[in-house]
Design a protein around this ligand. Structure first.
Ligand code: ZN
Length: 256
């Protein structure tokens, strides 16, 4: 039977689903502001125009639908057959007619929402594997999608700003990014903080050669850490090294 409401009872899952719906609406609005001809223009992502990006966001939702199938059936359904297959799909998707591309985004988002809505608690707790091979509870997929939607709305490069990302999402993203760097054993440790809000993320990584503190408003921190920020967007940040001596803002380590 198809539920008309979320079957999940976990409050964190329900809150994430609500946030995903908001982020989907935001991405849809930015996409709606683009004319068909605008879709040919470049994005913030090297080598991808907006067609590639919209196709990717659509296929990402479909890939997460496969994880929903996995979580609900217990049978492995990987997000993508291989990294190559993923890239080929995006390249092909980028050649779709504009109306088909827009349809892909809308339809895949609705399908994913239905899959999530109809997933019971047991499925949310089930283990699935992401495209990078990480084993995560299915509940992680809501956060994965949330990240994709906000960052790629900005990547569309038609006016979405870092400050549009809700502060709790921005803080979670920053903690996620800094955590990924530390887990990878980056030689340089970072602590990011926004004195105005009291937010702070990061800690000296074990064995890190040095530590840099970066302070400033949340949107600027996110612009910098995600590796997509323009100089004008990270201008409000101050970087300090050992002994709190001001240093030049370094390039952020690769994230994903
Ligand atoms: Zn992506």
């Amino acid at each position: 039977m198809v539920a008309r409401h979320d079957l999940a009872t976990d409050q964190r899952v329900r809150a994430d689903l609500l946030e995903v719906r908001r982020a989907t609406a935001f991405f849809a609005r930015k996409l709606g502001e683009l004319s068909d001809a605008d879709l040919d223009a470049p994005t913030r992502l090297e080598g991808w125009n907006r067609r590639h990006l919209v196709a990717h966001v659509g296929y990402n939702a479909r890939a997460l639908c496969r994880l929903a199938l996995w979580a609900n059936s217990g049978e492995p359904h990987p997000m993508y057959a291989s990294p190559d297959a993923r890239d080929r799909e995006i390249a092909r998707g980028a050649t779709l007619q504009p109306h088909a591309l827009r349809h892909l985004f809308e339809h895949s988002a609705v399908s994913l929402d239905v899959e999530w809505r109809d997933s019971p608690d047991a499925a949310w707790r089930a283990s699935v594997r992401t495209a990078t091979g990480r084993e995560v509870p299915f509940s992680e997929t809501a956060w994965m999608r949330l990240r994709e939607l906000w960052l790629h709305a900005i990547d569309l490069d038609n006016g979405a700003r870092w400050g549009d990302v809700p502060a709790p999402i921005a803080e979670r993203l920053l903690a996620d990014i800094v955590g990924t760097w530390a887990a990878r054993g980056e030689r340089l440790g970072f602590v990011l903080s926004d004195p105005a809000s009291g937010f702070s993320a990061g800690a000296p990584a074990p064995g890190a050669a040095s530590l840099i503190r970066i302070e400033g408003p949340l949107p600027a921190l996110l612009a910098w850490a995600s590796g997509r920020g323009r100089a004008s967007e990270t201008a409000g940040l101050e970087a300090r090294g050992i002994g709190e001596a001001p240093v030049r803002l370094p390039a952020a380590p690769r994230w994903l």
